[in-house]
Design a protein around this ligand. Structure first.
Ligand code: NAD
Length: 426
């Protein structure tokens, strides 16, 4: 059965995120000439934990859910990574996301290792009570792994500050005192950081503007398409609009919108908050969830889920610049197509690292019980994102590497160095 000249098996293989993560790692390891022993170690995750746990549903039934927590590498500091709730979550996906977290923390040079977690669940089917019970039970299951100096979760797809507050409260109940630094992305009232909610979208925007400057693109002339209008996508759209760009296409899981004369982000946000979706927004053409990927634009921000840019649609992408808000939106096959077409791509492990950077600030503030102003948070974020973008660009230009490979090579080098320095135990 072939779809666009590709068999179903090939399409499935291309969409395998763990394979993508390992392929990206192999390329980076080649670039830095990594020794075979370290290659074996860093190519795998250190710990993978699976649990199956019961939750009492509102109608009296008990349902059993499956969840994962994976720690890829903890040589540079405690493990750090989000928790996602999605029906398609799998162990391989969580492993890939954990590995990307290791590289992400190393690219922006913050003292964390990489982790990720997930529960196989369709959040839309849960009542608030069910969501809370599922969260508290999952937090208890992974409680043997997580903690302020061991592994610190954060929000990801379909989890939010409220979910983080429940996780923090559950751990605190077990400990007998408040362990605020065990989770980041919390509400401000329970030890969250100002600026955290916007941090990922802000980092995406900082990278997009830095890349535009490098490419000689004027923000005021840039037309931007954004796939995914959640925490990352909607904030990036708003901040890019503030920087002068025109947002011409947006989408969420229910559908997409296009208007060549521009969409007003504040109105889109209001509409989404009221209707729960973008579909039906007046004055725009409906283009489907994947519509922004191939819309007529200059800058594309994929900010939804993984595997959106593949060998099937990469040739149809019109943007000159892609800034990855989502984790793993591009397959290696699509990467090759973008390289051959001269599309400039700012990879996820750099572009969306603003979230983990402000999570790091939140953790530091919690540990010190001393909180910063939003201005201070944003300034420090800006400094780290600018420095990291410049370091990756320098490596890319000096070694003639695409930005993804330059970022991975820089990150793998830092993690390998820490691993080498620490030596082999026992
Ligand atoms: P979110 O749940 O707030 O938003 C996700 C958005 O994507 C929603 O608008 C949803 O409707 C949309 N979506 C889902 N499936 C889609 C599809 N097939 N087509 C189009 N839209 C679709 O999640 P988020 O926190 O904004 O995360 C988005 C991406 O960014 C994920 O890949 C996540 O791993 C990554 N990320 C998030 C953070 C963070 O701090 N939240 C940090 C780094 C990376």
């Amino acid at each position: 059965m072939s779809v666009f000249g590709q068999t179903k098996l090939q399409a499935r293989e291309e969409a395998d995120e763990w394979r993508t993560a390992q392929r990206q790692f192999d390329l980076a390891a080649d670039v830095i000439g990594l020794e075979p022993e370290l290659r074996m170690v860093l190519r795998e995750v250190q710990r993978e934990f699976t649990c199956h746990f019961p939750v009492a549903m509102d109608d009296g039934r008990v349902e059993v859910f499956t969840g994962y927590r994976v720690q890829h590498n903890i040589n540079r500091g405690p493990a750090k990574g989000g928790i996602r709730y999605h029906p398609d979550v799998s162990l391989d996906e969580v492993k890939a996301l954990a590995m990307w977290m290791t590289w992400k923390c190393a690219v922006v040079n913050i003292p964390f290792g990489g982790a990720k977690g997930g529960v196989v669940v369709d959040r839309r089917r849960l009542s608030r009570r069910e969501l809370e019970h599922l969260t508290r039970r999952f937090a208890t299951e992974i409680g043997i792994l997580i903690g302020p100096d061991r592994d610190i979760p954060a929000p990801d797809v379909n989890t939010d500050p409220q979910v983080m507050a429940w996780i923090m409260d559950t751990l605190s109940m077990h400990a007998g005192y408040s362990v605020t630094a065990a989770v980041t992305g919390k509400p401000i009232e329970v030890g969250g950081s100002l600026g955290r909610v916007e941090a990922t979208g802000r980092g995406v925007t900082i990278c997009a503007l830095a890349a535009m400057e490098h490419l000689g693109m004027e923000p005021h002339r840039a037309r931007v398409a954004v796939q995914g209008f959640g925490n990352v996508g909607s904030v990036a759209a708003r901040l890019l609009e503030e920087a002068g760009c025109m947002i011409v296409a947006v989408s969420d899981e229910y559908g997409g919108l296009y208007n060549p004369n521009g969409l007003q982000v504040a109105r889109l946000m209001e509409y989404r908050d009221r209707e729960g979706r973008l579909q039906g927004f007046p004055g725009a053409e409906e283009i489907g969830s994947a519509g922004p990927l191939t819309a007529d634009c200059d800058v594309l921000v994929p900010a939804a889920i993984g595997n959106q840019l593949t060998s099937r649609n990469a040739r149809d992408v019109r943007a000159r610049l892609i800034v990855e808000g989502a984790n793993g939106p591009t397959t290696p096959e699509a990467d090759e197509i973008f390289q051959s077409r001269g599309v400039f791509l700012v990879p996820d492990i750099l572009a969306n690292a603003g979230g983990v950077t402000v999570s790091y600030f939140e953790w530091v503030q919690d540990l010190q019980s001393f909180f910063w102003s939003e201005h201070e948070v944003n300034q420090k974020l800006q400094a780290i994102m600018h420095r990291s973008f410049a370091e990756v660009l320098k490596m890319s230009l000096e070694k003639g590497l695409p930005m993804r490979l330059a970022a991975s090579a820089l990150a793998v080098k830092r993690v390998a160095s820490a691993t080498r320095d620490r030596g082999l135990y026992p």
